[in-house]
Design a protein around this ligand. Structure first.
Ligand code: NDP
Length: 292
């Protein structure tokens, strides 16, 4: 079994991103990313810290805006407007999920599509669907695709089953796999909570991409011998033996699947690091587009 090492692959990708940052810095330009966090969700705080640290490590400008949970939608829209106008900021993201009084769609629409490094704005969603490379593709599916390419796992003609149909992972993942060319050309099935006999469908896949958000939901019975498994899930489960009281597990039961599959991503250390690396890459791309 091949372990698809997201940390190592993300490090190689970062090396490429660093070269592009160096080119920009020669011209006196520093890519800037603004991350807006509303409220005090511990998981979101951890993600934002991680993004902030990675930005700083790569020599990018990182602006972390931590707003109280009581921030109104109007106040948040004003913050986004300022960031849209700020020439030092090339990428903007609002950490999900926001508090329930904030309408996520309105926020997504308010972000300048040219700074929408998460790729959630309808203009970028449409560009992905239309194979237009001038948009931004959501970081997690892009990271999954890059990992497959990095390990020379061909998607052309392969049957890929994507489990999950969210706008963040499942749908853009399917669209990427359908594009023509390397990393695409797949035959794609999307499964979701209403899918009948999920195991029969995933067992027919050459590649399974699990993005359900349910700990260990896919086991050996879901995977055929020799398949490739990309586990997007990040779930916290109680673990008294850990100082923090929990550990992270994927949507796939790694132990039951590992002997059966050809290759699999670990959790943590699989798709997670790829997502951050892609966010950095998207921000550098945004900066290059603004300054060319
Ligand atoms: P969502 O909750 O938005 O979507 C989950 C999807 O899975 C839905 O489409 C849902 O179907 C489907 N689903 C739920 N239960 C089942 C089931 N029993 N059988 C089949 N399908 C099911 O989650 P996200 O897409 O945002 O995230 C998915 C996972 O990926 C989460 O664990 C999340 O933490 C993780 N994640 C990891 C990232 C990373 O960097 N590694 C980044 C983003 C997310 P329906 O639409 O019918 O409800």
């Amino acid at each position: 079994m091949i372990l698809l090492d997201g940390k190592q692959t993300a490090a190689s990708l970062e090396a490429e991103t660093l070269k592009r940052i160096a080119q920009l810095q020669k011209r006196g330009i520093t890519p800037g990313l603004a991350v807006v966090l509303i409220g005090e969700n511990p998981a979101s705080q951890a993600y934002v810290r991680n993004k902030d640290r990675t930005c700083s490590r790569l020599g990018m400008l990182s602006r972390k805006l931590e707003l109280p949970a009581s921030t109104t939608q109007k106040e948040l829209l004003e913050v986004i407007d300022e960031l849209n106008e700020d020439p030092l900021i090339h990428g903007i993201l609002v950490q999900s999920p926001p508090p329930s009084h904030i309408d996520e769609k309105t926020i997504t629409l308010a972000i300048d599509p040219k700074k929408d490094v998460d790729g959630f704005h309808p203009i970028n969603v449409a560009k992905l669907a239309m194979d237009d490379p001038t948009g931004f593709v959501p970081c997690t599916p892009l990271g999954c695709q890059h990992l497959l390419k990095a390990y020379d796992i061909r998607t052309r003609g392969a049957h890929v089953v994507v489990v999950g149909r969210s706008l963040i992972v499942g749908k853009p993942m399917a669209l990427l796999l359908l594009q023509k060319g390397l990393g695409g050309d797949a035959t794609v099935t999307i499964a979701h909570s209403q899918t009948r006999d999920l195991a029969a469908i995933t067992r027919s896949a050459d590649i399974v991409i699990a993005a359900l958000g349910r700990a260990h939901a896919l086991g050996a019975e879901h995977i055929r011998e020799g398949a490739v498994v990309i586990d997007v899930g990040i779930n916290r489960i109680d673990d008294a033996s850990k100082p923090c009281g929990y550990r992270l597990v994927g949507d796939v039961d790694f132990e039951s699947v590992k002997e059966k599959c050809y290759a699999i991503t670990p959790v943590p250390g699989g798709v997670g690091p790829m997502t951050i690396a892609m966010l950095m890459q998207n921000t550098v791309t945004a900066c290059e587009r603004f300054t060319q």
